[in-house]
Design a protein around this ligand. Structure first.
Ligand SMILES: Cc1cc2nc3c(=O)[nH]c(=O)nc-3n(C[C@H](O)[C@H](O)[C@H](O)COP(=O)(O)OP(=O)(O)OC[C@H]3O[C@@H](n4cnc5c(N)ncnc54)[C@H](O)[C@@H]3O)c2cc1C
Length: 411
């Protein structure tokens, strides 16, 4: 028997960006929401820290941008491609998106605390930290809630709609037996952080070397976050070698990494992101909906995972709010989320696949050619156009302006 049974309108599993934003939008419309989060806080590293203009546009549309801008962040205005230590191509966010001419660097910990602070303004919002959801509760073929544990105690939630926003390894997806349409995993990004040089500009950089591609991003307040793109599972092989091999590679890569490389004693400073791309065939079942990374995971190419996950959460909020008003939370209603979001998600995933597989990874000997192509494309405007399609939202999300938290702003 569970120690405690909660009864709410909507139970959201996972307090990532998608779950938090859905929770806020529902609670401010008077819908009783309970968010369950397995961790005890929002502390997390290297997750969703660069937020492209499309995220800024949608936060403005739902009236959350000015709230988020009160918290520590950096505005990144340029994107540069380097070959060794020379700039080969440079793009300005103003030319890509004049309405939101920057990418935002904000740690996910800070962003989630900012969202939580906003959420606490709404009495219908509740978040329970430390609850790990393990199963869904079914009745007559319909999902009517979830069960999990908290500090060894059993917890149960009964609700009208269960939302799985528990990320790329979703427990709700598994327990409710959702099927994947596809799941690919081509490469890893190995992250680490170095001290920032006083001349370092707030620029997003892709650094090409004959051996690899590195990503170099400013990190608040005075650090630089670096990512090494390696083949799938390659980092496991790298770890089997002496740390000296890694040190030598970083010393060769760029002078900015020299201090870090010289002080490197072991592999502890590195954190690996698996570049998984996935898409669930049907995002809804009776009483249950998947959103965010639980429904569709994007590749890290373009740093738009948070924006894509959040867009689905906002559309889900609109669909559910209308469903509650009409008292229609049927499967047909829940399916509207995928109808509205699925095509764009798949289009973005296809563009990312083109970028990562063809240009860089599957054919490493073509890397120099890819670099030359980037150089030419960035001078013809094709590159701007391509980046615009990844980083910028063409049109506002198709939602009722009344679900916004502030006055409606065009994007
Ligand atoms: C290392 C890394 C770097 C990234 N960098 C970027 C970037 O720079 N820019 C960008 O836009 N995107 C980036 N992404 C992608 C981005 O983080 C995700 O796309 C985004 O966080 C997805 O949001 P979400 O809310 O759907 O899921 P998540 O953020 O994954 O949140 C899921 C939540 O569910 C919780 N949870 C999981 N299982 C359970 C359970 N059983 N019970 C209860 N709670 C559970 C988790 O603890 C987590 O809080 C990165 C991802 C990773 C892993």
């Amino acid at each position: 028997m569970p120690e405690k049974i909660y009864r709410v309108d909507v139970c959201i599993v996972g307090a990532g960006p998608a779950g938090m934003i859905l929770g806020i939008l529902l609670a401010q419309q008077g819908i009783k929401v309970l968010v369950l989060e397995s961790h005890y806080n929002f502390e997390r590293e290297y997750r969703g820290e660069v937020l492209m203009p499309r995220f800024i546009q949608m936060m403005r549309q739902i009236g959350l941008l000015s709230h988020l801008e009160r918290y520590p962040h950096l505005k990144l205005k340029h994107f540069q491609f380097y070959y060794k230590d020379k700039v080969w191509a440079s793009l300005d966010f103003t030319s890509i998106c004049p309405q939101a001419p920057f990418a935002l660097w904000m740690s996910q910990t800070i962003m989630l605390y900012a969202l939580y602070e906003k959420a606490l303004m709404y009495p219908n919002f509740q978040l329970l930290f430390g609850v790990t959801v393990r199963d869904v509760i079914k009745e007559g073929g319909e999902i009517i809630g979830v069960s999990g544990t908290r500090r060894g105690d059993n917890v149960e939630v009964r609700c009208r709609v269960t939302v799985g926003s528990d990320g790329r390894f979703s427990a709700v997806r598994k327990a409710a037996e959702f099927k994947m349409e596809y799941e690919d995993y081509d490469f890893d990004v190995v992250w680490f952080t170095v001290k920032r040089d006083e001349h370092f500009e707030n620029t997003v950089r892709a650094l090409f070397t004959p051996r690899r591609i590195y990503l170099v991003l400013p990190k608040y307040p005075d650090l630089v976050q670096c990512g090494i793109i390696v083949g799938r599972g390659e980092f496991l092989q790298m770890r089997k070698q002496e740390i000296a091999a890694m040190r030598a590679e970083l010393l060769e890569a760029h002078p900015m990494l020299h201090d870090f490389a010289r002080q490197l004693m072991d592999f502890n400073p590195f954190s690996v992101l698996q570049a998984r791309v996935s898409y669930v065939a049907h995002w809804a079942k009776e009483g249950c909906l998947l959103i965010g990374d639980a429904a569709h995971t994007c590749s890290p190419a373009g740093a738009i995972g948070v924006a894509v996950a959040t867009a689905t959460a906002i559309i889900a909020a609109d669909v559910l709010i209308k469903g509650f008003k009409r008292n229609d939370l049927s499967l047909t209603t829940l399916n509207k989320v995928q109808m509205l979001r699925g095509p764009e998600v798949q289009h973005i995933q296809a563009m990312q696949a083109w970028f990562t597989r063809a240009a860089f990874l599957k054919y490493p000997h073509l890397r120099t050619l890819a670099l030359l192509s980037l150089f030419v494309l960035s001078r013809t405007g094709i590159m701007q156009n391509f980046l615009r399609r990844i980083a910028v939202m063409d049109q506002p999300l198709p939602i009722d302006p009344s679900i916004s938290l502030g006055p409606h702003h065009p994007t």
